[in-house]
Design a protein around this ligand. Structure first.
Ligand code: SF4
Ligand code: ZN
Ligand code: ZN
Length: 299
């Protein structure tokens, strides 16, 4: 097996791109995919202050590492969820990683704040993952606003987003479907822009990159993730992908293209609003429906 670019020994085969690459060219490929996603979806610029949500897992640590390599200004943000040993071990990984690569980080400790996930879930009688999602979102938004970050980056990859899309389609979750984009714009004055720079890469590619670059991450999954339906959708998509290469990528990115087109259309309609020549209110016509109505009545 030879590298397509330098003809040296290849270490990885990327079926969906139909190429084999050596370590050096796989690393180049990986950085290019991240760089392409950042630019294609206008995620952030060199001068932006980026908050990277880090869990200690491979995706978020690889993202943090790659952003540094690409010369972006990022700070890691870790939330101690208070989920037994898993949280202690993942926190250790984040701190060790930050020290090793001389990166800045912040920690929000839910145990100290009195909101560890298992406790809040028990008291509110809600599923742990749903409680966890709400609390994480709240603190990521809060810290990003309080500390003046421009953008919040997460390590979601192609597998995460394609499987979530499949789940949302299977249940026709229209509200969630509208939010399945690599970039979510800032809202109001406090909610910052959210971006997913690893969106062009699969879980396997990220794990390979972490291994080749000796990124030490927590391998254990959160113990509360057992039986998560998202894993069923991931397995289903992997099965399809094995038989029909490129399906995952096509499925997600065609959807993003369609969604962005719809958003653009609705925005351009808004832009085409005119001012009514009679009353000055915004209208899609030179004279608004109201003025047309009252004018007609007078005639
Ligand atoms: Fe939170 Fe664990 Fe559920 Fe993930 S699996 S949302 S970390 S409780
Ligand atoms: Zn090569
Ligand atoms: Zn509140």
């Amino acid at each position: 097996m030879k590298c397509k670019i330098c003809k040296e020994k290849a270490i990885i085969k990327l079926k969906r791109h139909n190429i084999k690459l050596c370590k050096e060219h796989f690393n180049d490929f990986f950085l290019k995919q991240v760089d392409r996603a950042i630019k294609e979806y206008k995620m952030f610029k060199k001068e932006d202050k980026i908050m990277v949500c880090v869990s200690g897992g491979k995706d978020s640590l690889v993202l943090w590492y790659v952003l540094k390599k690409l010369g972006y200004n990022s700070v890691g943000m870790y939330i101690n969820l208070g989920i037994s040993e898993y949280s202690e071990n993942s926190k250790k990984k984040v701190i060790e990683f930050a020290k090793r690569f001389d990166l800045q980080y912040k920690i929000v400790d839910l145990v100290e704040l009195g909101y560890p996930i298992p406790k809040v879930a028990k008291e509110s009688r809600r599923a742990e993952c749903s409680v966890c999602g709400i609390i994480k979102r709240y603190y990521f938004n809060k810290v990003a606003f309080d500390e003046g970050f421009d953008v919040v980056a997460t390590g979601h990859n192609l597998d995460d987003e394609a499987s979530r899309l499949l789940g949302n389609i299977l249940h026709w979750n229209e509200e969630y479907l509208k939010k399945q984009l690599p970039v979510l714009p800032a809202e109001g004055n406090m909610l910052k822009k959210k971006v997913k720079p690893l969106i062009r890469l699969t879980e396997k590619e990220i794990a390979s990159y972490a291994f080749l670059n000796r990124i030490d991450y927590i391998i254990d999954e959160c113990p509360l993730s057992e039986g998560a339906t998202s894993l069923v959708y991931k397995d289903a998509l992997n099965l399809i992908e094995e038989n029909i290469v490129g399906t995952k990528q096509f499925f997600y990115f065609q959807y993003v293209k369609k969604l962005l087109k719809e958003i653009k259309q609705s925005q351009s309609e808004k832009r085409y609003l005119k001012k009514c020549k009679i009353c000055g209110m915004e209208s899609f016509h030179d004279i608004c429906s109201f003025c047309r109505l009252v004018k007609d009545e007078k005639q």
